[in-house]
Design a protein around this ligand. Structure first.
Ligand SMILES: *[C@@H]1O[C@H](CO)[C@@H](O)[C@H](O)[C@H]1NC(C)=O
Ligand SMILES: *[C@@H]1O[C@H](CO)[C@@H](O)[C@H](O)[C@H]1NC(C)=O
Ligand SMILES: [Zn+2]
Length: 325
């Protein structure tokens, strides 16, 4: 085991610990007095001009032909070692660094300004009554959102990465509800009852290819890109965001497991279910959201792509006209 890996493992821990120990910030579902509208009182950055999440307005997107396929490395293999699922008091988080001999799980290409190594993934969800994604699409909120947090390989620690606008890359995936279980989520869903309370953690029975958690590979060319922040305090504006168009489908029961199994830190006598752990959309402040080459944006700056389709539609007309009827 190399020293750099060991260092990274320890130094990424504060991402969890500091957030939990801060204890001052919360979601409105816990206590409106420390909810998202108050975060900027604790951390001025949370009131900055490049905050996340945002509403992605499809008619205002700018298409960028340079945003091609992202290269997912190590996403298609189950790494050796252990992955630990933790309730950090704000979300359920899967650490991806635990596998001692794991080959690196990383992303690059697709217009990303570097290579980024996977650190952890976590979820944001709603309540039995409402959706809980952080990003919204044309004002529509989805039931849940997955974030896979990656660190720029040029930086050795999270603290160092936080000093650079390209320090982190987060992939965001929306969820929809389907009639059938998504068996790829069984391991995580089954482990939720083992992380019911803050500070609980459990080693998953096995690792698995991260790609199992994502939409079909053929759909990953469709995404939106913008410059933003962490969506929890300290809200550092160091995140290259990629939000994918195609949602992941899970069953209502699987979604319900998140909403009804996990708890916030106990404040009063009764433990409070962890619900609505999302930050609402933040102002764009002039930022531009770009659509990948293949995203189905209904936006303005389109390229030449609509033309062939128009031709296809027009071509049969003379043929139809010539046919005797
Ligand atoms: C919540 O999600 C469902 C399922 O995706 C969707 O049909 C509905 O429009 C969403 N509701 C809101 C208020 O965005
Ligand atoms: C998870 O919790 C269940 C009981 O709810 C227990 O039987 C099981 O052993 C736990 N799993 C692990 C890995 O701790
Ligand atoms: Zn998140």
């Amino acid at each position: 085991m190399g020293a750099p890996r060991l260092a990274l493992t320890f130094l990424t821990l504060p991402l969890v610990v500091r957030a939990a120990a801060g204890g001052q910030w919360c979601y409105d579902s816990q206590d409106p007095k420390c909810g998202p509208s108050h975060w900027k009182e604790l951390k001025a950055t949370c009131g900055g001009s490049q905050q996340s999440p945002i509403d992605i307005e499809r008619r205002r997107l700018r298409r960028d032909g340079r945003l091609g396929d992202i290269l997912f490395e190590g996403y298609d293999q189950a790494p050796p070692g252990k992955w630990r699922l933790t309730n950090d008091g704000h979300t359920v988080l899967l650490g991806l660094q635990g596998a001692a001999a794991a080959e690196h799980i990383s992303i690059r290409g697709g217009g990303l300004p570097g290579t980024y190594r996977a650190l952890q993934l976590h979820f944001h969800w709603g309540s039995p009554a409402g959706n809980g994604s952080e990003h919204t699409l044309d004002g529509r909120q989805f039931p849940m959102e997955l974030h896979i947090v990656h660190i720029n390989v040029n930086y050795r620690t999270l603290a160092e990465a936080k000093g650079h606008p390209n320090g982190l890359a987060v992939l965001g995936f929306f969820f929809t509800v389907s009639d059938t279980d998504n068996s790829n989520y069984n391991t995580i869903v089954a482990a939720l009852r083992n992380v019911s309370h803050q500070g609980d953690s459990v080693d998953l029975a096995s690792t698995f290819p991260l790609s199992n958690l994502l939409p079909h590979a053929g759909q990953l060319s469709k995404y939106y890109r913008y410059q933003g922040s962490l969506t929890t305090p300290d809200c550092s504006e160091v995140v290259v965001w990629t939000v994918f168009e195609e949602p992941v489908a899970v069953s209502r029961a699987q979604l319900g497991a998140f909403v009804s199994t996990v708890h916030f830190p106990a404040a009063g006598s009764a433990p409070l279910k962890m619900t609505n752990n999302f930050r609402p959309p933040q102002p764009l402040h002039g930022r531009r959201v770009r659509a990948s080459r293949l995203a189905s944006a209904s936006g303005a700056a389109r390229g030449a792509r609509p033309l062939p389709w128009a031709l296809l539609l027009l071509l049969p007309l003379p043929l139809l006209g010539a046919r005797p009827s």
